[in-house]
Ligand binder design. Structure first.
Ligand code: PLP
Length: 325
């Protein structure tokens, strides 16, 4: 149900369940209930994934505290934490396939990491005394429910698979404990990092098809990862075995540009998790952190043979470009 009201009248001068949109609104509450069921916890929605990240970091930590961030996790998460560094938050990076470092106050994992597609060692992280956040944007609750594996919080850019159609910007934190969710709701109300009713409605609609979309995207991504690995102009394929996200390397920046400009079906755009396949060279955003030929592919719902034909066509390089030696 979409309710765009910002106010709800008092009854006999008594405020009811809904008062003012920044506090809570019916569409958001319904979307939080549905997402909470999927992840097995208490969901709190925010205006974006980055907003959810900011809210979680600021509400859990204090100046001088340190976040251990998975190496190779979403580039923007490190950028957000650096921004918060001006308020005294520190970050260190670590290899999430190994135990987190001692002496940190929050452990931040990503399953699988974007765009390196590593999976975290959840058991090792759960044994660490600090609270554990798993950004499961790329796995989705279809493939992974981190709260059942010892995590305290799940973070989603709901902009991606959960909403699923490139038309809603939203973030979510799903908490294991109700008191943590209440604290986040309070923080959200006071800071105004709120999710508006329209994207919450689109999230509700997206959740109805999440399972079928993600299963199909996973099937296609597995198939494409296998075919790409055999292609003579592809140096390396990264795929976690779950979800619709993968990345692969061509020889360099010129070859990556050729692929980006030659695609006909796959959209050359940023983001992931849509019904439409998206591809981009990540070097333009992440700089030296990624190889110049790294292409990130988010597999959509198009027929897999059509996707392969598009990729194979774009991977046919003219003589001026390099094939891997
Ligand atoms: N986490 C991951 C893994 C992402 O890929 C992104 C966005 O690309 C975010 C968080 C941030 O989400 P948003 O763009 O909704 O702010």
């Amino acid at each position: 149900m979409l309710d765009r009201s910002t106010i709800w009248p008092y009854r006999d001068a008594e405020p009811g369940e809904f008062i003012y949109q920044r506090y809570r609104h019916p569409t958001g509450v319904e979307a939080e209930r549905e997402l909470g069921k999927l992840d097995g916890g208490h969901a709190v929605l925010f205006s974006s994934g980055a907003g959810a990240t900011t809210a979680l970091a600021l509400s859990l930590l204090a100046p001088g505290k340190t976040i251990a961030l998975a190496e190779g996790a979403y580039f923007g998460t490190g950028v957000t934490f650096r921004e918060l560094g001006r308020w005294g938050l520190r970050q260190v990076e670590f290899d999430q396939t190994r135990p987190p470092p001692d002496g940190v106050d929050l452990v931040w994992l990503e399953a699988p990491s974007n765009p390196f597609l590593t999976m975290p060692d959840l058991e090792a992280a759960a044994a660490h005394p600090a609270p554990v956040v798993v950004d499961a944007t790329a796995a989705t609750p279809v493939h992974l429910r981190p709260l059942e594996r010892g995590a305290d919080f799940v973070l989603h850019s709901a902009t991606k698979y959960l909403a699923g159609h490139d038309d809603a910007l939203l973030g979510a934190v799903v908490c294991k404990r109700a008191e943590d969710a209440a604290r986040l709701v309070e923080f959200r109300t006071r800071t105004g990092i709120v999710a508006a009713p329209d994207p919450c409605f689109l999230l509700l609609r997206g959740l109805k098809t999440l399972d079928v979309r993600v299963r199909r995207q996973t099937e296609s991504a597995r198939e494409l990862a296998g075919r790409l690995a055999e292609h003579p102009n592809v140096r390396l394929v990264r795929y976690a075995g779950i979800g619709g996200l993968l990345s692969f390397d061509v020889a360099g920046a010129a070859e990556a540009r050729h692929v980006e400009t030659s695609l006909r079906l796959i959209t050359n755009a940023t983001s992931l998790g849509s019904v439409d396949s998206l591809l981009e060279a990540r070097r333009r955003w992440e700089g030296d952190r990624v190889p110049p030929g790294l292409l990130r592919l988010s597999v959509g719902l198009e027929p897999v043979d059509d996707l392969w034909q598009d990729l194979a066509g774009a991977l046919e390089f003219p003589g001026s470009l390099r094939s891997p030696e």
